[in-house]
Write a protein that binds this ligand. Structure first.
Ligand SMILES: NC(=O)c1ccc[n+]([C@@H]2O[C@H](COP(=O)([O-])OP(=O)(O)OC[C@H]3O[C@@H](n4cnc5c(N)ncnc54)[C@H](OP(=O)(O)O)[C@@H]3O)[C@@H](O)[C@H]2O)c1
Length: 271
């Protein structure tokens, strides 16, 4: 990981974190502030977003701008641009997602379309809006949140997992087009990570504190350490990397069945 001044000159002066109020999003924001970046933090709920902004300002001498925007709205780029103003965005972290757990046949089509908007359309359009200036400057970064579930489909996660496959492949392609132009692109595929969103998918007897569940701080630290390195995609955590390799080595049908044994135990969360 570059030292703070180098990190700021490479990815600063300002980062845009989409889905920044809680969980992994708030942690991206805290750790980027600790590395000296000013922040525009986007989320849909003003209360938790403002609380996160205030907490970061108390700890770090950086500018922190809250932007209450629903990332599923049709004019998402214009709405975010109004909040950014003339600030120079050197790093985009697209963290927001609708992580709905539900049997495919029981899902509301309007909600499925909204998942595409928040998980796929918005990161694609925001990357498209911000990357040209990064490429012109010859520096910057884009981090897209995929998921280990984006490698192989599984029960109850049909739409979510497919959106995370989109994010992974979009990130691959952005890496291919931008890394020679000085823009670092990284896909992050967390395993189970203790966030408010993840907790809504866990049943009463679920193990939410065991070694297979990571803390957001460790996920984000590993990802920021990997940004600008050789990897195009990061699976945080040694146990998760071993699990991902094991699944990847299976015939696809077996991989789907094995993943589905786990995901069929998740509880419907309607979020
Ligand atoms: N946690 C895990 O185990 C895990 C595993 C694999 C991948 N990931 C990925 O990591 C990222 C963060 O995951 P997380 O679910 O755990 O979330 P999180 O970091 O706890 O929070 C996501 C934030 O995005 C916000 N958000 C959701 N929809 C939005 C919208 N339409 N407009 C603006 N903000 C919106 C959420 O607000 P609300 O609270 O109002 O929804 C929340 O503040 C996601 O991309 C997810 O796919 C997480």
């Amino acid at each position: 990981m570059p030292e703070v001044p180098e990190f700021r000159s490479r990815y600063g002066p300002c980062a845009l974190v989409a889905g920044a109020a809680v969980g992994l999003g708030a942690e991206w924001s805290r750790q980027l502030a600790a590395r000296g970046l000013d922040l525009v933090l986007v989320d849909r709920d003003a209360g938790p977003l403002v609380a996160t902004c205030d907490a970061i300002r108390r700890e770090h001498a950086v500018e922190v701008v809250p932007a209450v925007v629903d990332l599923g709205r049709a004019d998402v780029v214009d709405a975010v641009a109004r909040a950014v103003g003339d600030r120079e965005i050197g790093l985009l972290v697209y963290n927001a997602a609708l992580g709905t757990v539900a049997p495919f046949l029981e899902m509301d089509p309007a909600h499925m379309a909204r998942m595409l908007d928040v998980n796929c359309r918005a990161p694609m359009l925001l990357a498209h809006a911000l990357a040209p200036a990064m490429a012109r400057r010859g520096r910057g970064g884009i981090v897209l949140l995929s998921s280990m579930s984006g490698n192989v489909g599984s029960a109850q996660l049909a739409v979510y997992a497919a959106t995370k496959a989109f994010d992974l492949v979009l990130s691959d392609a952005l890496w291919a087009e931008l890394h020679d132009r000085g823009v670092d692109v990284l896909a992050v595929q967390p395993g189970s990570t203790r966030t408010p969103g993840w907790l809504t998918s866990q049943g009463p007897g679920a193990d939410v504190t065991g070694p297979m569940v990571m803390d957001p701080a460790d996920v984000v630290r590993e990802a920021l350490d990997a940004l600008g390195g050789d990897a195009t995609v990061l699976v945080p955590g040694e146990l998760n990397r071993m699990g991902a390799q094991a699944i990847a080595s299976l015939p696809r049908r077996q991989a789907i069945e094995m993943m589905s044994q786990v995901t069929s135990k998740l509880v419907r969360n309607d979020r």
